[in-house]
Design a protein around this ligand. Structure first.
Ligand code: GTP
Ligand code: MG
Ligand code: NA
Length: 331
């Protein structure tokens, strides 16, 4: 969506990469939090979502800020990573300076390659073109790379060697860094010393400005389910990343194959603040009021009435059942 009358919305940055390469610790350093230290076994096991406030002209809080999704790197959580990627504008690929590209790093590159190929094909179809890279094609998902843990290397020369190796390994997968004549930014950082962090944030903000992300804030809300489960003291909670329009308490929603009336909206887990009056595009929120647990990765839409919600949810359940039936019949 790029119509100029729609207001700008914050960029959604999805942090991805191999297990233990330092995603959560990097985010902790960027937002002065301590999420990594509280994780069981030091392993991220669910999608994290939160907001980094923007900076105003005098350096105070202001502007749009950035929404960040923290994904798990462990091989077992592939589905969760993909749900994060679904709702994203910028993938921030985190690569450990000491370990280089590993299995889940490559998985991210493959995912991007598929996504881009699909979008390029759509673009060509719309233009009536047939194959070949077309003038004017710009993917909706952009990539930036943070090479982290540079504090573990000894001196600038070792850092440059590590960057050289990582950039050439990326190039072998078709990802060209600026140093190699492409447009993918590769930023060396350390979550321990803080080196490179302001530069990384500046570059993410600039990249987002160039993407000029806009969304309607008035119409019925739409979002993606990031996560759903029981939370102590709250009951059934679904985490949603809003993409369009607005969502407020009292709204009736269809969430994947479930539906309900929104009872309360809270900020994302690990973020301060009380109830939210109105969830707007790019905001990660927790929604209370569903009757059954929806499936992450599916979409949430606001509908006019409970009757409508029930009908849409039922149609979706039946469609899903048909798909499952066809799949089992085919094997
Ligand atoms: P998963 O979410 O489980 O995939 O891991 P992750 O990528 O979020 O990595 P995590 O933040 O859990 O960090 C893994 C280990 O690397 C921890 O022991 C961190 O303390 C360490 N680490 C992360 N960043 C840095 C860094 O910049 N420098 C150093 N020296 N250690 C780091
Ligand atoms: Mg993590
Ligand atoms: Na970890």
């Amino acid at each position: 969506g790029r119509r100029v009358e729609w207001p700008l919305r914050p960029p959604v940055v999805c942090v991805m990469g191999h297990v233990d390469h330092g995603k959560t610790t990097l985010l902790d350093a960027l937002r002065q939090s301590r999420v990594a230290a509280a994780e069981a076994g030091g392993i991220t096991q669910r999608l994290g979502a939160f907001h980094i406030p923007g900076v105003g002209e005098g350096g105070e809080e202001g502007g749009l800020g950035i929404t960040v999704l923290d994904t798990p790197g462990h091989a077992a959580f592939r589905a969760m990573r993909m749900h994060g990627a679904l709702a994203t504008d910028i993938v921030l690929l985190v690569v450990s300076a000491t370990d280089g590209l590993q299995e889940q790093t490559l998985e991210v590159l493959r995912m991007l390659e598929e996504q881009w190929a699909e979008e390029e094909e759509d673009f060509c179809m719309q233009r009536g073109g047939e194959g070949g890279k077309m003038e004017g094609f710009s993917p909706s998902l952009s990539l930036m790379v943070a090479v982290t843990k540079v504090d573990k290397l000894h001196g600038e020369e070792e850092v440059q060697t590590a960057l050289y190796k990582i950039e050439h390994a990326l190039a072998a997968h078709g990802i060209m860094s600026e140093a190699l004549g492409g447009d993918v930014q590769v930023v060396p950082v350390s979550a321990v010393t803080g080196a490179g962090l302001p530069d990384l944030l500046d570059r993410v903000r600039l990249q987002a400005e160039m993407l000029e992300l806009r969304a309607d804030r008035e119409g019925p809300g739409e979002g993606v389910i990031l996560d759903a489960g029981m939370e102590k003291g709250l009951g059934m909670v679904m985490s949603v990343l809003m993409r369009w329009g607005s969502l407020a308490p009292g709204d009736v929603v269809v969430a994947g194959e479930q539906w309900g009336r929104v009872k309360k909206i809270l900020g994302a887990r690990n973020s301060p603040g009380g109830p939210v009056d109105r969830a707007l595009p790019s905001m990660p929120v927790r929604v209370l009021g569903l009757r059954d647990l929806p499936t992450p990765g599916q979409e949430v839409i606001v509908v006019k009435s409970e009757e409508r919600a029930e009908a849409v949810a039922k149609a979706r359940r039946e469609a899903a059942e048909r798909r499952r039936y066809q799949e089992t019949a085919a094997t």
